[in-house]
Design a protein around this ligand. Structure first.
Ligand SMILES: [Fe+2]
Length: 150
């Protein structure tokens, strides 16, 4: 069954194919927003996810001064960093018209992101970044994320 937000997801899927990597000045910006470990993690994502995440951050910057939200905007799709799905698989997963283990993982990428964060930050159980991710993405997607992540 195809879900009701099909048109919006279709547009997102098409846009995905055209994403370019961050410009040098955008890359420069990151160092004020993420610490070294998180920057490395950010670069584990593919270029499309990096560009999308930076776009979410730019929208966030328009509406808040909250640095935690900036960090979350940049990291909210970090769970996709280790899922090898390809652009066609993403479209199928987003549109809900195909089911495989990889599409299921993809659908579950926000939860996978917690393990990635913990592992990449040296096996910590929790810290400010993880708490932010848990409270404002996993337990309930923060309103600002809802507004900026499209
Ligand atoms: Fe996103």
């Amino acid at each position: 069954m195809i879900n009701s937000d099909f048109p919006q997801k279709a547009i997102r899927a098409i846009r995905y194919v055209f994403y370019k990597d961050l410009s040098v000045s955008e890359q420069y910006y990151l160092k004020d927003l993420l610490d070294d470990k998180l920057i490395l993690l950010f670069w584990r994502m593919n270029k499309e996810d990096r560009a999308h995440s930076f776009e979410v951050f730019k929208r966030m910057k328009e509406i808040t001064n909250d640095k935690e939200m900036y960090e979350l905007a940049l990291l909210h799709d970090i769970g996709k960093a280790y899922i090898d799905i390809g652009w066609l698989g993403r479209i199928f997963a987003d549109l809900g018209i195909y089911r495989s283990n990889t599409t299921k993982m993809y659908k579950n990428h926000e939860k996978l992101g917690i393990d990635i964060l913990k592992k990449e930050m040296g096996g910590v159980e929790t810290n400010r970044t993880i708490e932010n991710y848990m409270n404002n993405l996993i337990e309930k997607r923060h309103d600002l994320i809802e507004r900026c992540d499209y």
